[in-house]
Design a protein around this ligand. Structure first.
Ligand code: NAD
Length: 310
């Protein structure tokens, strides 16, 4: 199958200007145009996009590429029925998200989030004598050991942390001392000072961390979510934070995004809120372009696609 008309949907501007991706693909084979209207969409065989819109189904596209790794907002069954291929961008966020998670852990351990808040109030304050600690020798459990999980584990290991993890099919993974199966979730998280979520949002991972899992965590544990908001029962997390049965949380993703103004999470001293920005990177569009080029080549050669979801 040869794609001759490729669209770059304007929704990619959530992450980078559509024109930079269009320009990075101009010599990739097909005619590449930025798509905003249904008429422009109708003139495409394939589309690179951030959002999913119902009009994509009516356009009868041969292929949709999501610039995100998580494609839980796409209707897999309807796309399959229509014969539209769907690919994602898993594999390109390891370094950016890995560094963000290392940053969250360092902020909590070194109290940098508190120092920054103090600065905004021109407040000179040494931390309470027993608040600061170092990551060296602390434990981290990474739930989901794909691109993100392995990149987080590697950085945590380099910081001297003891890393464990959960994988659907347990096998030895570099930088991870013990790999548990999903059924051992409670045991795996119970000992950890930090727990980082790096799984896709699926039927099995929706609400994976609820009241009973939060109860298993240590009182001095920090929960980190760079996966999807739905992986945690957010109201149970708010309860746990308010009752201090958890030391804190770093959250990049939420049940509702943007995080609503009235969410108590905004105002909590022990919560770091970032705006689904853990993977932000000026090189993002180039990495998407590499994936798109490779799949254009594979489609042309009738080979199976990389990162195919549907
Ligand atoms: P990936 O496909 O490389 O890895 C996902 C891993 O999770 C796989 O190894 C898979 O086997 C594992 N997994 C699935 N279900 C599991 C379960 N029930 N228990 C344990 N492991 C399970 O994807 P990735 O690039 O690592 O991204 C993971 C998810 O993180 C994405 O689906 C996306 O939702 C999210 N994400 C968020 C950001 C961000 O900006 N915050 C960026 C990239 C990805």
């Amino acid at each position: 199958m040869t794609i001759s008309r490729l669209g770059v949907h304007t929704s990619v501007e959530e992450l980078f200007p559509p024109a930079v991706l269009r320009d990075a693909l101009t010599d990739a084979g097909p005619t590449v145009r930025i798509v905003e209207t249904d008429d422009e969409l109708a003139a495409c065989d394939a589309l690179v996009t951030f959002d999913y819109e119902e009009s994509f189904l009516q356009a009868d596209l041969a292929w949709i590429h999501s610039i995100l790794a998580g494609v839980d907002h796409f209707p897999f069954d309807a796309l399959a029925e229509q014969g539209t291929l769907l690919t994602n961008s898993a594999g390109i966020h390891g370094d950016s998200v890995g560094e963000t998670v290392a940053g969250y852990m360092l902020m909590f351990a070194r109290g940098l989030h508190t120092q920054r808040t103090n600065q905004l109030h021109q407040e000179w304050a040494y931390p309470p004598w027993d608040a600061a600690f170092t990551l060296d020798g602390e434990s981290l459990c990474v739930i989901g050991l794909g691109t993100l999980g392995r990149a987080i584990a590697m950085r945590a290991d380099a910081l001297g942390m003891d890393v464990t993890g959960i994988k659907r099919t347990p096998m030895p993974i570099d930088h991870v001392e013990t790999v548990y199966p999903p059924d051992d979730l409670h045991e795996a998280v119970a000992e950890a000072r930090f727990v980082a979520l790096a799984v896709p949002l699926t039927d099995r991972t929706t609400g994976l961390i609820g009241e009973s899992e939060l109860r298993m965590l240590r009182d001095d544990a920090y929960l980190i979510n760079v996966a999807r908001g739905g992986v945690i029962e957010q109201s149970a997390l708010v309860d746990a934070l308010e009752s201090a049965s958890l030391a804190g949380a770093a959250l990049d993703v939420f049940e509702t995004e943007p995080l609503p103004d009235e969410s108590p999470l905004w105002g909590m001293d022990n919560v770091i809120v970032t705006s689904h920005a853990a993977a932000a990177n000026r090189e993002y569009y180039r990495r998407v372009a590499v994936l798109v080029r490779e799949n254009l080549r594979r489609l042309d050669a009738n080979e199976s696609l990389t990162n195919q979801v549907v």
